[in-house]
Ligand binder design. Structure first.
Ligand SMILES: [Zn+2]
Length: 340
């Protein structure tokens, strides 16, 4: 689960300089255009995931209101942008900008997918695999660099992405459509969906569509930002991934469990493999000396003080980095004493 490739998985490599410099401007410009399209979606009175009415305003980003559920902790766009707005957004220059930095950071992102492939292989060594939201195909590329026993299918609604995938990977089967449009009973042993669930309006509907595509006992592997993480707890409402109308549902373990429960899918295991990303992002935040971030970092530790596995790992970290409170010194006398 770790290795030399970890050194590549750091914030500045994954998020190129160009992206960091222009993201807010690009997003603001695009959002202005998106807001020109009328949206008659009504505001939800309750959490879109657990239905609790205990929902509070979280933050406004790019003119979109985000609420947070006090019960399950889910963060969601409220009201949700409508389909015309989303359609505009996903065909705007913002999407090209995003694809451009994905292409620029392609090789740096491969190790992230290698870890995901290790996880898949530990559960399912072979079979029929469907990758949902393949985009520029970093996962497919990472998969092709390994020994694998999968018959690979891709599914992506984007014309540009599908053309690129066809050219680059002629041996895989490409379905240019939304996952909900794929015909059920395809009998996939594995469905993968990387960093896509945060973009969808109705995660439960997507989960149900995926369930229909799986063979009995088949696995759905997905990733999405984890708002219960170190980096999210430190960054708070300034987190870089608070990006509506792109990211409209932001999960934590509790809201993920609820989606799976509602779709009648079993939670088998979960991982958060890229700790190096959190550390490098939090380092950037703390380097500014912002008192709020320093306080948040302390609070993160405080909130986990009762978690024995967290404390054991933290104790190991202190020992490994020689920051534990008792020092053991090993010294010896020189063979030849320095006379000078
Ligand atoms: Zn909730």
């Amino acid at each position: 689960m770790s290795g030399a490739s970890d050194s590549q998985i750091v914030f500045d490599a994954i998020h190129t300089q160009k992206k960091q410099q222009h993201l807010v401007r690009m997003m603001s410009e695009t959002a202005l255009e998106v807001h020109k399209i009328p949206n008659h979606n009504v505001k939800f009175e309750s959490c879109v995931i657990c239905k609790s009415s205990n929902v509070l305003f979280h933050v406004n980003k790019f003119g979109f209101n985000l609420d947070r559920c006090c019960d399950c902790g889910h963060i969601f766009c409220n009201p949700m942008p409508n389909s015309s707005q989303l359609n505009f957004y996903y065909n705007s220059p913002m999407k090209d900008f995003e694809n451009e930095f994905f292409i620029e950071s392609f090789e740096k992102r491969v190790p992230i997918f290698k870890k995901r492939i290790e996880i898949i292989k530990s559960f399912v060594p072979k079979g029929k695999l469907l990758d949902v939201g393949s985009a520029i195909g970093i996962f497919i590329s990472a998969l092709q660099r390994e020994e694998y026993g999968f018959e690979v299918h891709c599914c992506d609604p984007s014309d540009g992405a599908c053309r690129l995938l066809k050219e680059k990977y002629p041996e895989i089967t490409i379905h240019q459509m939304m996952v909900e449009q794929l015909k059920a009973d395809c009998g996939f042993d594995v469905v993968t969906m990387w960093d896509t669930l945060e973009h969808v309006e109705s995660p439960v509907d997507v989960a149900m569509s995926i369930k229909k595509l799986l063979t009995p006992g088949g696995y759905w592997f997905f990733s999405t930002p984890n708002t219960d993480s170190f980096e999210w707890k430190v960054a708070g409402v300034d987190h870089v991934q608070l990006l509506p109308p792109g990211h409209i549902n932001l999960f934590n373990l509790q809201s993920i469990k609820r989606v799976l429960l509602d779709a009648d899918l079993e939670l088998v295991e979960y991982f958060t493999p890229n700790g190096t990303l959190d550390v490098s992002y939090v380092k950037k935040l703390l380097q500014n000396g912002t008192p709020e971030y320093i306080k948040n970092a302390g609070n993160f530790f405080y909130q986990h003080i009762e978690d024995d596995s967290f404390l054991a790992a933290f104790a190991k970290l202190l020992t490994d980095t020689k920051y534990a409170g008792n020092i053991v010194v090993v010294a010896r006398k020189r063979l030849v004493e320095d006379k000078g």
